[in-house]
Design a protein around this ligand. Structure first.
Ligand SMILES: [Zn+2]
Ligand SMILES: [Zn+2]
Length: 99
């Protein structure tokens, strides 16, 4: 199973297809980097605004990135779910990448 970090690395290494954040629908731009999952993307805006690590209270979802049923989803969008672990990795990538 690939980790979100491997997907992100692959993505940073140069996919050029037009892509959009699966959560908010924003297109990738120089102002808005995206991290890719198996079949979804999340932008830094959505990653950055998700600060809660409390499991989402509504029906249990499956993280769209790691697809690990053992990881509780902490944020849900209509087309995207993310667990705390993947959120932390994504935030780490974006922070490190910025420096
Ligand atoms: Zn977004
Ligand atoms: Zn996950």
């Amino acid at each position: 199973m690939k980790t979100i970090a491997e997907y992100a690395r692959r993505f940073i290494n140069g996919s050029r297809e037009p892509i959009r954040c699966s959560a908010c629908g924003s297109a990738k731009s120089s102002e808005r980097r995206l991290i890719s999952g198996p079949s979804c993307y999340i932008c830094e805006g959505c990653v950055g605004e998700t600060t809660s690590r409390a499991p989402a209270s509504d029906s249990p979802g499956l993280c769209s990135f790691c697809e690990n049923p053992g990881n509780p989803v902490v944020r849900r969008w209509p087309k995207l779910d993310i667990c705390a672990e993947c959120l932390d990795i994504a935030q780490g990538i974006l922070t490190r990448d910025r420096l």
